[in-house]
Design a protein. Sequence first.
Length: 367
Amino acid sequence: MTPEGSDERSSLNIALIVPYSYIELYYYLSFYGNVFIQTYEPYYNGPYLGSRLRFLSHNYLHGIAGYVGWKLRSGKIARALSKPLNPPHRFQPLHIAHDLGLARPEQIDILIVVELLCRFNLRPFRNAVKIFWAIDSFNERRLFMYRNVVNIEDYDIVFAAHDNGVKYFRDSGIDARFLPLALRYEWIYRPLKMREKSYDVVFVGRLSSSTHSRRMKILREIVDRLRRKNVNVFYTVAWHHDAARLYNSSKIVLNVTRAGEINLRLFEVLGTRSFLLNDDGEVRLLFEPGRELEVFADPDEAVVKILEYLADSEARERVAAAGHRAVLEGHTMYHRIEEILKVAGFKVYQRWSQVVPKLLQSDNRIN
């Protein structure tokens, strides 16, 4: 990956400011240039007390301005409150790629800020293309905060991970582009050679009455009906390796989102070459229902399709294989990084074209 007119792939200096939940972007970006990263989470920003205070500040204090403005339906109030509660931050890289030492802001070619509600001082990045990637852009309150708490109008390019986020920003006068989430940790979310499929149906995800009420209602109806038909259903919270093994252990993996949005679980399940039954909605923007996965509009349809596909293992395998190929060929984090860099005006070194064929050609299964 190089700027136009340059032959040095590693000459690009990339500044990444990101919450720790998306720290893996550092790994993917490191294939395209020299990465200078600043992250905001406890335990990773130095001494414990200081890191905890910064975590509370960035996750709660900054959000107060947006929350009050949202409740009062006033962007003007949110912007006024954000000035004392969310003053401009300086770039302080903490993890440095390739042992290059600290880069000065004027040496940065591209600045990428992901998801954070922090207001950053962008003036020192006078030579950089400045990019903001809004991840939770299906949530109307979060969109309001992006618009009125973050200095989003100061960025050169704005990406939104959800289609309604793109529309919201454009209606606000910001020329946003669609950049959905993608498969990450492809070395974890991969097909595993399991001795048998232990479960008929698996759901992996959080169930909180405050933030997942829709998911809980739908799951409760589906699970109750399936258990009356003696279908083996298992649902839990699991992370990465455990989640990947559960997906591989199930004949059908169920994905019920918070609001019909594209989420990470969608890509993770397809990465394991498992059959995915997803609630209908934004998923249609990326994948073809009936060929690469299946969708349902309500619990009744979910139960009908689960019983249908449990009785047809060949159809399950055919759809799962097509979904696996589709996610690897078009929806890995390499694809998303390359889209960011291409839009920013840099010549793209196609890392995915090296990685994906190897994943597709090899059986890539372990016991």
